[in-house]
Design a protein around this ligand. Structure first.
Ligand code: NAD
Length: 434
């Protein structure tokens, strides 16, 4: 266990205007960080260190477009903290990428890796672009030039990317190839989330949804609720949402509502998740799916269910709708679905929230397994991957729950306290260089 008996020097007072911008992800992260730091009585020096990203890189990426014209994109990579090991974090291609967002996501990765106690720091990256309007060739050139531009910090011992919004296994294969060409030999441990054929891990694709299923079962057990017949609503039916729904259904839960960006369906008798997944495979979205009554993405959050699983995007549970949420448990499959302002409303209502940095940590945990397998050159069976994932998710849930009871705080604050204390302990042991 990390050292939670911290010095009693008062911390630097947190900023006062944290909630001015409910939707700014860096502020949302910092609001939670400040609360946990105050409770931990974190010493001012370490507080200042942990509040600032280690390195922020902004690069211009010139790319020859198919039209023959040169376009210049902006790429960002933030290494938030590497005290516990190489930085770990995804790369997203999106028009909404901003430095504030990347900084917040990099900090989240730092805390997430620390909560599940894997030996990584946190990072995140992105390129401001609209991948839906780009050809495969253009995407490949953006990926390769972005990789080359940040190559000085990339590497299995320094910074290990993974797929995120609008990037996938294919993009990771290009990144791995570009890095390998630069260093002169194949380095598959430079990234995770690769195709299995080139060193990806079995079970990685399902890992985040599987982790959500595992911690949801732990929460049900903690609250004395049976798994069988538990009703579940899932917002977002992509990688995380669909797999979590499928695995929870296999455990005996009843998935009563699912949605994606086109809207959703609700059916009190239960939705056949395998059937919905097959529909998506054929039609790409849930549009036209009639296994229940139509429901909007706003209303799916307000259903009277046992478990709500937001697995789409940030800031969907806010001060505007939190009071109307009726679920007993919220399992945050997405990153940052609940704003800091909404949190106290959920707490007052007695809703048990499994926070994102714990609930969706299954993905980075199996990414860690992938990195270990690449470095060892010895590959595990899917069963071994799943068993080891279960051990980490169940133990991490128990550690966070124990801390939340000891300090009489909610699961999110407890998760931040555990993560921050683990990172702070390493800073104390390492000291300040030079
Ligand atoms: P995905 O692209 O596979 O799926 C996203 C789903 O959300 C799709 O069904 C999409 O239609 C839906 N969606 C998009 N906008 C929506 C809207 N406005 N309302 C409702 N639904 C909407 O992405 P994913 O990998 O499943 O990631 C989902 C969330 O989980 C993201 O927040 C991501 O950061 C987080 N996450 C993913 C992983 C992972 O391993 N994939 C790991 C940790 C966290």
């Amino acid at each position: 266990m990390p050292d939670l008996l911290l010095p009693t020097t008062p911390i630097v007072r947190p900023d006062k205007d944290r909630f001015l911008n409910e939707e700014n992800p860096f502020e949302a992260m910092m609001a939670r960080f400040d609360r946990a730091a105050e409770l931990l009585d974190l010493e001012p020096g370490i507080y200042k260190v942990l509040r600032n990203p280690e390195k922020q890189i902004i690069v211009s990426i010139p790319v020859m477009m198919d039209s023959g014209e040169v376009e210049v994109f902006t790429g960002i990579r933030v290494l938030y903290n590497t005290s516990r090991g190489p930085a770990k974090g995804g790369i997203r291609f999106d028009l909404n990428v901003s430095l504030d967002e990347v900084k917040a996501l990099a900090a989240w990765m730092t805390w997430k890796c620390a909560v599940v106690n894997i030996p990584f720091g946190g990072s995140k990256g992105g390129v401001i672009c609209d991948p839906l309007k780009m050809s495969i060739g253009e995407l490949e050139r953006v990926t390769r030039r972005y990789t080359a531009a940040i190559i000085a910090t990339l590497g299995p011992d320094s910074d290990v990317p993974a797929p995120d919004v609008n990037t996938n296994e294919r993009v990771m294969a290009w990144l791995m190839d570009t890095y390998s060409m630069h260093v002169g030999h194949t380095v598959n441990a430079v990234t995770t989330g690769k195709p299995v054929a080139m060193g990806g891990s079995l079970g990685r694709r399902e890992a985040t949804g599987r982790g959500c299923m595992m911690v949801t079962k732990e929460a049900l057990a903690h609250l004395g609720m049976p798994v069988k017949g538990t009703t579940i609503a899932v917002q977002g039916f992509g990688n995380v949402g669909s797999i979590a729904a499928q695995l929870l259904q296999a455990e005996g839960c009843k998935v009563v509502a699912v949605s994606d960006r086109t809207g959703g369906v609700v059916n009190r008798k239960g939705i056949d998740v395998d059937h919905a997944i097959a529909w998506i495979k054929e039609h790409k979205t849930l549009e036209g799916y009639t296994a229940g009554e139509a429901i909007s993405n706003e209303d799916i959050l307000l259903l009277d269910v046992d478990v709500l699983l937001p697995a789409a995007m940030e800031n969907v549970i806010t001060t505007k709708n939190a009071a109307k949420i009726r679920a007993k448990i919220i399992c945050e499959g997405a990153n940052g679905p609940t704003t800091a302002g909404a949190e106290s409303i959920l707490e007052d209502k007695g809703i048990f929230v499994i926070p994102d940095i714990l609930a969706n940590a299954g993905g980075v945990t199996v990414s860690y397994f992938e990195w270990v397998q690449n470095r060892g050159g010895y590959y595990w069976t899917e069963q071994l991957v799943n068993d080891r994932l279960n051990e980490i998710m169940v133990n991490s849930f128990a550690e966070v729950l124990k801390l939340s009871k000891e300090h009489k705080v909610n699961m999110r604050t407890a998760a931040y306290m555990l993560a921050i204390s683990r990172v702070a302990t390493v800073h104390r042991l390492r000291g300040i260089y030079a």
